[in-house]
Ligand binder design. Structure first.
Ligand code: DAH
Length: 347
């Protein structure tokens, strides 16, 4: 009998974990403890067991019963948990934000910058880079804007205490005043000092001004600069380039016009206005987009180019202004707030 009981318990231990449904469970349970179950049958045989053996047999039966009950309980617990899980569905909370943010998007300023660089590369301009922390030499002096020049007032910026603060005083930097560059025109100087003419560069980047923020001003914004130096370059080449790039960006019917202006690094100098089918978006017929002119001979002299041989044009413009026009954005501050509702519109 003892042996039969332990085979029975072993059988239950291998059978019950296979049970998948309640009917299966009930049927399995009945095979052991139902009216015709195996344990029930063995218990019925108790009467035939000799009296002296009966207490031991009784303990064995109770032991087997307890083991079987453990199996039943475990199987039932497993079934109940499975039923509950099925009822709840897959383990997700649909009200939580998705853990997958999806693919990112380019910032509208990046889109405009890349598109302008692509357009300019097509006509032979190479992308040039320069630092945002600049020295007065590159930002002003070499651009024919000495310390007492009134043009400096319109480009007031943030100055660094001194190079010593950064622990990088060398013979070369000793007298330098560091500042946040006010325009990308500084890259013209860096490029010309590095390589001989002819030169064709486009230089996009961040610039800084001491400005109070409002819908159209920001203390830091982005510009894109072009410089072309060669023999026999004229204002016509400059005008043609501007017409080409803005038509390529904004579509047919785009016009540019020059208004005489003053920049210390170009002579003659102009401000450039732009008219395009996008303008109704900002309710204007013309908008000012940048400054340009023919490179001043003094700038060539500062970088060691012979002004008797070399001529060139330069052009600088605001990227925010262009993006606002292109996309119909009416407040420059949107660009810097990192609001996904704004940024996702450029996907
Ligand atoms: N640097 C000027 C500014 O920030 C823009 C500019 C004007 C750039 C004339 C040029 C230029 O290259 O020739 O307002």
């Amino acid at each position: 009998m003892q042996e039969e009981l332990s085979t029975l318990v072993a059988r239950a231990a291998s059978e019950l974990p296979q049970v998948r449904t309640r009917p299966e469970f009930e049927a399995a349970k009945a095979r052991y403890v139902g009216p015709n179950g195996d344990l029930t049958r063995l218990m019925k045989q108790m009467g035939a067991v000799p009296k002296e053996e009966r207490p031991a047999a009784g303990r064995a039966v109770n032991e087997a019963k307890a083991r079987l009950q453990e199996q039943f309980d475990a199987a039932l617990r497993r079934l109940t948990e499975a039923e509950l899980a099925a009822e709840l569905g897959p383990p997700v909370d649909p009200t939580l934000p998705s853990p997958d943010p999806g693919p990112g998007t380019y910032h509208p300023l990046t889109l405009v910058r890349e598109e302008m660089c692509r357009i300019l590369r097509k006509v032979g301009f190479a992308v040039a880079d320069g630092p945002e922390v600049e020295t007065e030499f590159y930002c002003f002096d070499a651009l024919n804007t000495p310390a007492d020049h009134p043009a400096r007032d319109t480009q007031d910026t943030f100055y660094f205490p001194s190079a010593a603060r950064f622990g990088n005083v060398t013979k070369k930097t000793a007298g330098e005043k560091y500042l946040l560059r006010t325009h990308t025109s500084s890259v013209q100087i860096r490029t010309m000092l590095q390589s001989p003419p002819p030169i064709r560069i486009v230089s996009p980047g961040r610039v800084y001004r001491r400005d109070t923020t409002d819908a159209t001003h920001s203390a830091n914004f982005h510009q894109l600069e072009c410089l072309s130096v060669d023999r026999g370059v004229t204002v016509r080449d400059l005008k043609a380039l501007l017409d080409y790039i803005f038509t390529a960006l904004l579509g047919p019917g785009t016009k540019t016009r020059f208004r005489p202006h003053y920049f210390s690094y170009t002579e003659p100098s102009f401000e450039v206005d732009l008219s395009a089918r996008h303008l109704p978006k900002v309710n204007k017929e013309w908008i000012e987009i940048g400054g340009c002119g023919m490179v001043d001979p003094a700038v060539f002299t500062a970088v060691g180019y012979d002004p008797a041989i070399w001529t060139g044009y330069a052009f600088g413009m605001g990227l925010e202004r262009l993006a606002m026009l292109l996309y119909g954005i009416d407040d420059i501050r949107y660009f810097y707030q990192n609001d996904l509702r704004f940024l996702r519109q450029f996907a």
